[in-house]
Design a protein around this ligand. Structure first.
Ligand code: NDP
Ligand code: KPL
Length: 315
């Protein structure tokens, strides 16, 4: 199979780089300075073992690609960038192209399915950093990531199995899972920490803020009747595979603020706020985090600069 990594930032860069190193046919889609630097010097992939310089083919948009029957798209833009990416893809990619949401949140898959019948979802457990054009950093010191995959809305098929095999070849853990969205809803609960990390200064209030966000989210998901794998199942799947490698590991939302490139918060904390509104469950803490992240994005304030005690007092 041939892979198009649409959005070669933190996640797309690490996955695309490691697939390419494993000898898989990969083309990156990138833009701006990142595109320019990759074109000039290749993709720099900083792994715990070595800093690799990889000559991965890169293009600016879907119109520059040659589309074949065996091409698969791994979509790894932030959720607020999905519509524009799909607009570009739908103009050039055959409608039968498998498109995989290699993203956090649970709102990308239905948007892809409107345009592409063969929609897949990956549960992305892959800490990674993209702050400097041309360079992506693998954040896990052991396995680079866990990328289980399933068909959306449910099920597995040959394509999901073949993609999982290629990801395993590249060093990831990956298994086909029929209930992939239950895993992605568990990840959504974990990602409620993204907004806290992006908005609130590290301190003793973090735990209380996260606990309150989580309680609201669990109530909203239960009211909506949505299946979520248990925290224990998730812990067991990750056990010992994903480890830190030292240094800071700021969330992807923090990184977006630091790069001034827009934020995904409406699809993380904001997804819970939406569910709460649809099902009559109050979600004031998630709403306040969502607002705080937008305020930082709008004003250019320092990410992670709000005092947690003051934040809690203002609720
Ligand atoms: N980083 C992490 O540790 C993790 C991230 N995730 C999830 O993975 C997904 C991707 O996140 P992440 O890799 O951090 O995001 P990044 O912002 O690092 O990467 C996305 C890249 O796609 C580019 N892009 C967006 N739209 C287009 C377009 N139309 N054409 C070309 N390039 C485009 C962006 O450019 P620009 O910068 O100009 O916007 C950026 O370079 C998100 O859903 C995130 O929540 C999941 C697990 C961990
Ligand atoms: C949980 C975390 C930090 C790493 O997997 C993540 O998903 C993100 O940064 O978006």
């Amino acid at each position: 199979m041939r892979y198009v990594i649409f959005g070669a930032g933190a996640v797309g860069g690490v996955v695309g780089g490691l697939l390419h190193r494993a000898g898989v046919d990969v083309t990156l889609v990138a833009r701006g300075d990142h595109l320019r630097v990759i074109r000039e010097r290749g993709l720099t992939l900083d792994t715990p073992e070595a800093v690799l310089r990889l000559d991965v083919p890169v293009v600016a948009d879907a119109g520059e690609l040659t589309w074949t029957e065996d091409t698969v798209v791994l979509l790894s833009v932030k959720s607020q960038q999905t519509e524009a990416a799909l607009e570009d893809l739908a103009a050039y990619a055959p409608p039968s192209t498998p498109v995989v949401a290699m993203q956090n949140g649970v709102a990308n898959e239905p948007r892809i399915l409107r345009r592409f019948a063969r929609t897949y979802a990956i549960h992305v457990v892959l800490p990674a950093t993209f702050l400097t054009p041309g360079t992506v950093v693998q954040g896990s010191g052991n396995r680079p990531g866990i990328l289980d995959i399933g068909r959306y809305p449910a099920g597995v098929d040959e394509t999901a199995g073949a993609i999982a095999n290629d990801l395993v070849e590249a060093g990831f853990l990956s298994e086909p899972r029929a209930d992939i969205m239950a895993w992605k809803h568990r990840k959504l609960l974990n990602n409620l920490g993204n907004g806290i990390n992006a908005a609130i200064a590290p301190g003793p209030s973090d735990e209380e803020i996260y606990a309150r966000c989580l309680a609201e989210a669990e109530a909203a998901l239960a009211a909506a009747g949505i299946s979520v794998v248990t925290a224990d199942e998730d812990r067991t799947r990750r056990a010992g595979h994903i480890t830190g490698r030292g240094g800071t590991n700021n969330s992807s939302t923090w990184q977006s603020l630091a790069r001034g490139s827009g934020v995904e918060i409406d699809y993380l904390s904001g997804e819970i706020v939406l569910l709460g509104r649809l099902h009559g469950v109050p979600t004031p803490v998630n709403e306040a985090i969502q607002r705080a992240v937008h305020d930082i994005a709008r004003t250019g304030a320092e990410p992670g600069s709000i005092d947690g005690t003051i934040f809690l007092a203002g609720l």
